[in-house]
Write a protein that binds this ligand. Structure first.
Ligand code: ADP
Length: 254
């Protein structure tokens, strides 16, 4: 896992006089799940959208799979998968039709049922996007990122607003996608999600990377600095209760 697939050097983004991204540097290795963590407004989405070629940068150098973003953005577009805004889903088409539509746009032969199987939505093949639950919508949206068989997929807060089971189902899906060799970049402000999923994370605050390592290493460093958590009184929390009572299995509604 040592081939660099994304390199971001001294990235800056100004919105007018507001300096949103202030010299960000990081590398993502082929086959890893890399997390961009940080509070709201830290600059995560801006950074992600610049790498996705969807937003202009102010300065900096970005390479994706060896392609320079300034010189070959179209080559980059061909090998990445990006979640569409939900407004991109034509309301009167069902999931199979939507996949066929996107596959046509990408000029990519795609078996809709195979793709829906991957995200556990075959029973919704004839349903419209608006008829799906929150978790199903997210799984479908992840399916659409896979249509062009990308090397890298970008997921911007994919589990925000989902219940604990639906979140875990999505984590399993993201891990399965990585197992097939796809590199995943994800933004999240859920630390449990980053800990469960990410090989490495960059913590961004006010437009700067303030830490970057594996979750384990960051935690070990904090403990080594003398930090101690207030003693845990119980060996479980309310989320454990919820998951135990309602089960882990994939349900129709998530
Ligand atoms: P995050 O994804 O970490 O929540 P964003 O990248 O969305 O952060 O935003 C970083 C900062 O840039 C925020 O202060 C936000 O208000 C500002 N910002 C984002 N997009 C624009 C824009 N189009 N115009 C002006 N300011 C923006």
């Amino acid at each position: 896992m040592s081939n660099v697939i994304i390199s971001v050097k001294d990235l800056h983004k100004k919105y007018g006089s507001f300096h949103a991204v202030k010299g960000i540097n990081f590398e993502v290795f082929e086959g890893e799940i890399f997390g961009l963590l940080g509070p709201n407004g830290a600059g995560k989405s801006t950074t992600l959208e610049i790498i996705e070629t969807l937003r202009d940068k102010t300065s900096g150098t970005i390479h994706v799979a060896g392609f320079n973003l300034d010189k070959e953005p179209n080559e980059i577009k061909k090998i990445i998968g990006v979640q569409l805004q939900t407004s991109g889903y034509y309301p009167n088409l069902n999931l199979t039709e939507l996949i066929r539509l996107f596959a046509g746009l990408y000029n990519q032969p795609t078996d809709p049922i195979e793709l829906l199987e991957m995200v556990n939505l075959t029973d919704k093949a004839k349903a419209k996007y608006k008829e799906l639950s929150g978790g199903q919508k997210q799984r479908f949206s992840i399916a659409t990122t896979l249509i062009n068989q990308p090397k890298i997929i970008f997921l911007d807060e994919p589990t925000t607003g989902l219940d604990p089971q639906a979140r875990r189902n999505l984590w399993d899906l993201i891990k399965a996608i990585r197992l097939q060799g796809t590199t995943v970049i994800i933004t999240t402000h859920y630390m449990d999600e980053a800990e469960a999923l990410c090989d490495r994370v960059a913590i961004i605050d006010s437009g700067k990377v303030i830490a970057m390592a594996s979750p384990d290493k960051l935690i070990d460093d904090l403990v080594a600095s003398g930090f101690e958590r207030p003693k845990q009184v119980k060996n479980a929390n309310l989320e454990d209760v919820f998951i135990q009572l309602t089960g882990h299995e994939l349900r129709a509604e998530n």
